[in-house]
Ligand binder design. Structure first.
Ligand SMILES: O=c1ccn([C@@H]2O[C@H](COP(=O)(O)O)[C@@H](O)[C@H]2O)c(=O)[nH]1
Length: 280
């Protein structure tokens, strides 16, 4: 078994800062990099992003949907991207948002987070909306293999509010119940556990209490979806351990030049660190 995901993530963030850089090969971005809209263009785009962003950020998040859109050749590219990010020195969070009944989750577990998983990411996103308990096999197996999970709690999209902010009989929101279930799996882990949650940087401040999570928090919505560094502070406080602000399009638009991509990520990292000259 490798070292626990939570420990590996904490070490990577200590070395490179908390930014999670996304690889979302939108067709418009591939074309804006002057590349053809086929599997070869996808590969040059995604490997270019993997090598540049993987060299400067702690964790890189490829969005599986944009690779799947190219069919089996696209999925083959995704596998090469995962390897390229690792070679560049970063962890990989594969954004696949899997979630199903327990017996089917066992197959997703074998595919994504087990010891000999077909995909060699360090962590994946999963959906708890078939019941958090349906994820139990994935949680246990990921931990045993040194991998992690990020469970959707309160997502960044405006449509999420009705479902995820609905109140349960005990008064908690649905999203809060997801965070609390994740927290149970992280109890006692140091520096934090292996079960992260996804909470958008766009959500209203105060809606989700993360103080007992003891796990990483992926915060998409930062950048292209409108959330700023000030929003991150308002939603998550100034020093939430394990916070990973995530940005994809807002970084990728700086390509294809590798130095420009790296510089864009480094400038975001400075803004996140609150460096005065960064003009946040
Ligand atoms: O709540 C969520 C969960 C996941 N995402 C994903 O993150 C990126 C965001 O991309 P940007 O270009 O930075 O907007 C994308 O892959 C989403 O599928 C999210 O946005 N919100």
């Amino acid at each position: 078994m490798s070292a626990r995901f939570g420990a590996r993530l904490a070490a990577a963030v200590a070395a490179r800062g908390p930014l999670c850089s996304g690889i979302d090969p939108h067709p418009g971005l591939i074309e804006s990099w002057g590349l053809p809209l086929d599997a070869s263009g996808l590969e040059r785009f995604a490997l270019g992003a993997a090598e540049a962003l993987g060299a400067v950020t702690a964790i890189v998040k490829p969005q599986s949907a944009f690779f799947e859109a190219f069919g089996p050749p696209g999925v083959a590219v995704l596998n090469r991207v995962i390897d390229a990010v690792h070679e560049a020195g970063a962890l990989v969070l594969l954004d696949v948002k899997r979630g199903d009944i327990g017996s089917t989750m066992a197959a997703y577990t074998a595919a994504y987070v087990a010891e000999q998983a077909a995909f060699t990411a360090d962590a994946v996103t999963v959906s708890p909306y078939l019941g958090f308990g349906a994820l139990d096999t994935a949680v246990t197996t990921a931990r045993e293999a040194g991998n992690g999970l990020f469970v959707l709690a309160r997502t960044s999209n405006p449509e999420a509010h009705t479902l995820q902010s609905a109140r349960l009989a005990d008064g908690r929101t649905v999203a809060q119940s997801v965070v609390d279930a994740a927290a149970e799996h992280n109890a006692g882990a140091e520096p934090y556990g292996d079960v992260g949650v996804v909470v958008g940087a766009t959500v209203p401040p105060g809606e989700v209490d993360l103080s007992q999570l003891n796990g990483p928090v992926l915060a998409p919505g930062f950048g292209a979806q409108g959330a700023t560094v000030a929003d991150l502070r308002a939603v998550f406080g100034p020093d939430l351990p394990g916070l990973l602000p995530a940005s994809s399009r807002d970084l990728l638009r700086h390509g294809p030049d590798a130095a420009a991509l790296r510089r864009a990520a480094e400038q975001v990292a400075l803004r996140l660190a609150g460096t005065p000259e960064s003009g946040q």
